[in-house]
Ligand binder design. Structure first.
Ligand SMILES: NC(=O)c1ccc[n+]([C@@H]2O[C@H](COP(=O)([O-])OP(=O)(O)OC[C@H]3O[C@@H](n4cnc5c(N)ncnc54)[C@H](OP(=O)(O)O)[C@@H]3O)[C@@H](O)[C@H]2O)c1
Length: 235
């Protein structure tokens, strides 16, 4: 079976650790580099510090779950090595999003605020509801653990974009940061005398890691271009 050579960026983080654990059960993926600021905290994988990024071996796809301040380095590395990028980092600036679109002219890229199958379906359902409920009010509620830095979450904003494609009014966002909540999103449509709530609850971040690994396996054979996660997994 051909293997995809993977670089994991942000390897010491909550998502990075889930990715490193799950790749061990994924025979088609081989981790050739795990990168973090402090490489000594990485066990059981070829470890590189961010200052050694230019020295990592050849790889087919980088999987990035880091923070916006770390994103530019991995995007540039993927372009210079002509390798694919799978990114789940949220809170990127407009300039970083533009840079990612420019990079997609040279390498395959997938970025998603949420790599779970359930949220991909929730986006679809929310868009379908918005098509007929455009005159109701639309609100998006999200809850995450206390360490999450950006708000509203990238997933809440992506759900809002799905709704806004068919909805004329304002979409309102509410965020909660509490305990160790992995991620909860509700899209609410409220009319006169009735209300619809569409909710997704993530209870384990392995779902995001599994989705990103799936995307990495599929994208490394693609030509340069920007890919949506939904398109990759539903095609
Ligand atoms: N798309 C999705 O499905 C999805 C799901 C969950 C999370 N996320 C997003 O993924 C990202 C990571 O989440 P997480 O919960 O794993 O966060 P986390 O636990 O805080 O991990 C962040 C990682 O980035 C590294 N990092 C931070 N600043 C850096 C810098 N300046 N240079 C290089 N590396 C740096 C950290 O290294 P240190 O250990 O050295 O700090 C750590 O390895 C966030 O943007 C989050 O919103 C996306």
């Amino acid at each position: 079976m051909p293997t995809t050579r993977i670089l994991i960026y942000g390897a010491t983080g909550r998502m990075g650790q889930a990715l490193l654990r799950l790749t061990k059960t994924h025979p088609a993926l081989h981790v050739v580099a795990a990168v973090a600021r402090d490489a000594s905290r990485i066990i059981d994988a070829p470890a590189f510090s961010t200052s050694q990024l230019s020295q990592v071996p050849e790889f087919d796809a980088a999987i990035d779950f880091s923070l916006p301040e770390a994103f530019d380095s991995i995007l540039n590395l993927c372009v210079s090595r002509k390798a694919a990028l799978v990114s789940g980092t949220t809170g990127l600036s407009d300039a970083q999003r533009n840079a990612m679109q420019n990079a997609a002219q040279h390498i395959p890229v997938v970025w998603s605020a949420n790599y779970s199958l359930g949220v991909a379906v929730l986006k679809h359902l929310s868009a379908e509801a918005a098509k007929v409920l455009g005159h109701w009010s639309a609100d998006i509620f999200e809850a995450h653990h206390v360490h999450k830095q950006d708000a509203p979450s990238g997933t809440a904003l992506a759900l809002g974009e799905s709704v806004k494609a068919y909805y004329q009014g304002d979409v309102h966002y509410q965020s909660q940061r509490a305990g160790d909540i992995v991620g909860e999103h509700t899209v609410q449509f409220a009319g006169s005398g009735e209300r619809i709530e569409l909710t997704h609850r993530a209870t384990n971040r392995d779902i995001f890691a599994a989705g990103a690994l799936n995307a990495a396996e599929r994208i490394s054979a693609k030509p340069p271009g920007f890919n949506r996660f939904e398109t990759l997994i539903f095609s």
